[in-house]
Ligand binder design. Structure first.
Ligand code: AHM
Ligand code: MG
Length: 339
């Protein structure tokens, strides 16, 4: 007789989790389902990208001065539509839009959550068929009523209610946390359902991978240069030299490091003192997942989740991975840079 393990779908899983909160009314469950539905549609479009004329740029630049790809625009619109239509979210900040998108229609203004998202991260990789991702953060609104405001979105990561990412890779996965560990779901494309495949994801205690764009080495702070030197030294006990792996797609680099054990670094540079990655929809949600998986995330001196955002698209240096690896970078940053 063939014994099969019971399949747990994402929908079943989030409903089960909701029962742990006796006063919950299901709004967060519905919001997560809205995100999952949009992700499936974006996934379908990404898979078709090589077949239809959707690759390439729209020709416009987004507010960061980067060329927008057609799929960025599509993903952005898809998530906005899903979140607006779902009615649980009253405002969004997206990498693709300068200002807060506030839902003030009769239906959505009841939403008690706000979402910060990067609808398609790593989009410079699209043409090369390299993994890309969606990153999202969910906060409870702080304003009383009406459409959500900037104030609702400028919250530190310590206020996060949930965060996650979707990785569009060799298989598509949704990985999320509501503050009780991290769980990963793989999309079964034949039936269009996310199934629990990676329960209770945890960082290995330490790792052997370091991920950084070493092409920028000349511009790195000395603490980071010293850390790279440390990674490349020969030391049997700490399994050094480490392996260098860098995709250039935050979700894919983080996902691999979470599974295999490794640190991701995007430091500030002499050219960009705050680095490249955005606090609200890249660093904070990934930091939240890292902590929930037993790891750590820092800007070199301060815990990412403790940073109080002052603007929607602010950037932050970012170091994330197993605690021991991040602490080694922090020690070198403190040694070489007084703060
Ligand atoms: P994007 O949001 O414009 O796609 O940029 C973010 C991406 C991250 O996924 C990745 O970690 C980083 O940019 C790579 O940057 P670089 O090419 O400078 O190494
Ligand atoms: Mg991005």
């Amino acid at each position: 007789m063939v014994h099969r393990n019971k399949i747990t779908t994402l929908t079943e899983f989030i409903i089960q989790r909701q029962t742990e909160y006796p006063h919950a009314k299901g709004a967060l469950t519905r919001l997560l389902n809205d995100i999952a539905t949009a992700a499936k549609i974006v996934n379908r479009e990404i898979n078709a990208a090589g077949l239809v004329d959707i690759l390439g740029t729209v020709g416009k630049e987004n507010i960061q001065g980067e060329t927008q790809k057609k799929l960025d625009v599509f993903a952005n619109e898809m998530f906005i539509t899903a979140l607006k239509g779902g009615g649980e979210c009253c405002a969004i900040v997206s990498e693709e839009n300068e200002k807060v998108i506030s839902f003030s229609n009769e239906f959505s203004e009841l939403g008690k959550y706000v979402v910060a998202m990067d609808p398609l991260d790593g989009s410079s990789n699209i043409e090369a068929n390299v993994s890309i991702g969606t990153i999202f953060s969910i906060y409870r609104r702080v304003s009383e009523a009406g459409g959500g405001t900037q104030e609702d979105l400028l919250q530190p990561g310590t206020h996060l209610i949930a965060a996650g990412y979707v990785i569009y890779g060799s298989s598509t996965m949704l990985v999320y946390s509501t503050g009780k560990g991290v769980n990963g779901f793989t999309l079964d494309p034949s039936v269009g359902i996310f199934c629990l495949s990676h329960p209770n994801m945890c960082f290995p205690e330490t790792g052997k991978i370091y991920s950084i764009n070493e092409g920028n080495y000349i511009y790195f702070p000395d603490g980071v240069k010293q850390y790279i030197k440390y990674c490349q030294e020969d030391d049997v006990h700490s399994h050094r030299p480490y392996t260098s792996r860098y995709i250039g797609s935050l979700v894919a680099d983080f996902h691999r490091n979470l599974i295999k054990g490794g640190i991701f670094l995007y430091p500030g540079t002499t050219k960009q003192p705050d680095g490249k990655l955005r606090l609200l929809y890249e660093c904070s949600p990934i930091a939240y997942l890292a902590e929930q998986a037993g790891g750590k995330a820092s800007n070199g001196f301060t815990r990412i989740l403790d940073i109080e955002p002052v603007s929607l698209h602010q950037r932050s240096p970012f170091f994330v991975g197993p605690c021991s690896m991040v602490e080694t970078v922090e020690a070198l940053m403190r040694k070489y840079h007084k703060k």
